[in-house]
Design a protein. Sequence first.
Lengths: 430, 504, 161
Amino acid sequence: MAQDKPRIILRTAGLANPRALKTYIEHAEGYTAIKKVLGGAMTREQLIEEVKASGLRGRGGAGFPTGLKWTFVPQSDTGPKYLICNNDESEPGTFKDREICTVNPHQVIEGMVLAAFAIRASKGYIYTRWEFQAEIGYLVEAIKEAYAAGFLGKNILGSGFDFDLDHYTGAGAYICGEETGLISSLEGKKGQPKVKPPFPAVSGYLGRPTIVNNTETLANVPWIVNHGAKEFRQYGTEKSPGSKLFSISGALVRPGVYEVPLGYPFERLIQEECGGYLPGRSLQALIPGGASAPLLTPEEVQGLTLDYEAMAARNTMLGSGAIMIIDDRQVLAELLKVTIEFFAHESCGQCTPCREGTGWLNNIMDGVLDGTAKPGNVELMRTVAKHMGGKTICALSDACAMPVTSYVQKFSGSLQAYLAQATAAGGHVK
Amino acid sequence: MSEASKGSQETVTFTLNDREITVPKGTTVMAAARQQDVYIPHFCWHPGLKIAGVCRFCLVKVDNRPKLEIACNLTATPGMKVSSVLPEVKEAHKWALEFHLVNHPLDCPICDQAGECKLQDYYMEVGKYKSEMDRPKVLKPKALEIGSELVLDTERCILCDRCVRFEEEVTKTGALGIFNRGDRAVIGTYPDKKIEHNYQDNLVDICPVGAFTSRDFRFKQRVWFLKEKPAVCPGCSTGCHVDVHAKPQVRTYFRLKPRESEVNGFWMCDKGRKTYKHMNQEQRLRFPLLTEASGVRRRSTVDEALAALAATMLKADKSEVALLVSAAYTCEEYAAFFEFFVRSLGVTNVYQWREPTEDREAFDGLLYRGDHNPNTRGLSEALKAVGLPGEVKDGFEALLRQAPKLVIALGPELAFQFPSLPAQLSRLEQLPFVSLWTIDGAAVSHVGLKHLLPMKGYAEKRGRFLNFAGKVGELADPFPAGSEDARDVVEVVAALSEILAHSL
Amino acid sequence: MSVFDGGLKAEIEGFLKRYETKRSAILPVLHAIQDVHGWIKPEHIEELHTVYGLDRVHVKEVITFYDIYKDKPVRRFQIRYCKNITCHMLGARPAIARIRAHIAALDAVQGEDGAFSLEEFPCLGKCDGAPVMLVNKERVEHATVDKIDQLLTKYAPTVLR
């Protein structure tokens, strides 16, 4: 690896007025990428090729190759197209996109102009969850500054390219982080994901070609344009190039958001960036990629590197890069309940396996906690989870099923013990 | 799209359950299966509505793809291999059913849908008999009066979204929504608002379970005792194809359901749904009534009634006779009637019996027309066939002005579609002798009508109607008449003809 | 007579013109109403329908689907306390219990005028500050049980000691 700690995204961190347009321009090559592309030094096709060559993958959790996704928009369709920034960040454990909005929002905007140019979108939205009130303010301010400076609007930098950007606030629904759920929400409806096909690139917002990209994904694009795919690939691994913002939380001395190259050793992140576990605490289990990621045992964490392949090899996922440390003082049955309850609360309710499955699992888990469940119910959760996977319009059903499966698979003893105690006590254990 | 409009249809050939099928390009596997009478289990798909893809029941195996896919949103491609019967698929169907039953209440003993409920049907077909759900179920509001024709039980609802789509796409009234998320999701109207259109019962038809049930049918009959026969609705000139449901052993009709056809698609209107009550015992004229010369009115046999009518006919000159004909009868009945009375007996005073307040050109945009008769066109054609004008204005008033000595009247079948009928019957009572052939029992209260002959209802005879566009609607498979004395016009005319032949 | 005052009416009309479809404006319009009134009243929905042509069922679906919209009166300070994974691990439960105790004590005295309400909420997206809560639009980090008494009095007087 070239430079150890890449500074691709949070480039204005630590500076005075990090969010200001002036700071972005003076310290982070602000808006030079769009000058390059809109000025003609790079064509639309070259832009797409460069992003494809970089190997940039969606940073929101799905990990789909970004450049490739852009090519799905049919250019023969000359009507309106939309570029949307998915700033809904609701995967439990994830707080990196809000960091980008707090530190360097302009880089997201510049990334959006470039992405819009690539797909020929004339209109864009940043969709942010309602709970990020301060961050929404930062984005709205940055959009204003960008308009005033001529980086947004009609005929940007005299190039003939129009791109209007607006902000849209969500209203408290995790499912709006799913790209077609987000699109439904943007249309003023319940945030219910849409049946595919048709795919959003062909028929999305109001039936028009639409690309939805994660905040962090878009923030990568200006740097790639300025420095090139090859330099991007100096960071990370062959299959997981570039850097990633990891949100890491739990019983740590310094939890937070850290930008490290993909492939970074997990143990190093803990000790160097995070300052180690809190005194007296140790790792009981690891959630490596958000609440939907299967748990890892301490044994499985040995030698773990933070990249897509290492996670896949351990039958879990990198996801949004949300790492949560489950320390030895935690009661796993409680955490499983918290996890299941989240998905049951957030299921949009359209698909029967998800709506009923998440509710059923939640119901069983209540029984585990209050002792009214039968001993066989713990294993039953694994059966229910098995049938919830791969059957629905979106992946929320799988997102609930996967961690449940891993808890029962790897920690069934702990769960059974809890249930037995609760039954004997005729109530909650603690 | 342009290919199709040019007339050249591109087709696709693929394999479904080891059988090769060729369909127009763009057809989904579900639609293709339906055309081929291959049944892929499903809830939320409906051929008359847009695709929802939410029940996740119609899973099929496609080629070697690892994940099963839903057939309703799967466009057939050339060479595709699809199976709805592989063990893997059947296993998926079992759990699809299990999930649908997780919070479903065990209402079968009190639910009208029993016997025609998709959950029950799939339970038997799919064979996951032992549910593993042993926790308390989610409870939701039940027995809500959400429309004049409807009862809604939100707990039974499986959230297939068909009713929401019907409201949006067919009636375009959008009265229904699904509120809340997850397993708290509940179907309903905006609070305190009701569904108020003329197509409510279609919601009962399309609801796969007993969430939407018919208020009219509620708790009346277990469906497995009902027989159904095809007919054509007599409620208006659209002539929707229907199935009439009855329990012939007790001479009782219970309901109608639409039958798919190019005339009415998949739907019918609520007014049409009521066109069974008039054939039931308490509403119909069950036997002939004669008023003697002494003024006493008595029940008679059909033979006596026909003899009395024949006697009266012999005493009248053809210029003193009038025929008053409503447009509720079949082409065959009109042909026999006019052949006898106009051609053979030379009667020329023929009047159409119409509801004076009707707006014949009215149309609600969907199915229901302002001409509340099933065979106006047929009557018109039949009149022209015997050299009479096909359209007679002010029929009823003109007849009264003629003041005929003898009127033979084919009465309207559906009294509820003829608000002026009681007033008109009262005026007919002033005439010397009216022989009213009708199924309407309320005619009895008009004691000045001296001769009442009971008619068969439309579901009890064979014949054809011509709808507003001249399309033929067949009555081909009648129920036995609800009253033994009931006749149709063809039978009465044949009998009269016999009697008169012998007396000449 | 509009149920929306001049400023709010202008905001609503602005949103209705801002997007490609009127329906797309439903979310921001409801936020605007809540920012003034705290919750969405039936008369608001009625006026959105009769004056602006927004379908009642569509609006009601949105209100009941999303966590933020309220269709019943709200308290002055709505606490949304995260009870998700990291917050749970770092002390959400005892803090929530303490807040509940405060609310119970206040409601015993003030009834429906009680200053606070509490909603256990999904992940608020600031897990490095766990446990986290929102008080109306303000994020409060490290809201552990030992700090609750002091944190609440920043907003309104409490009675529990």
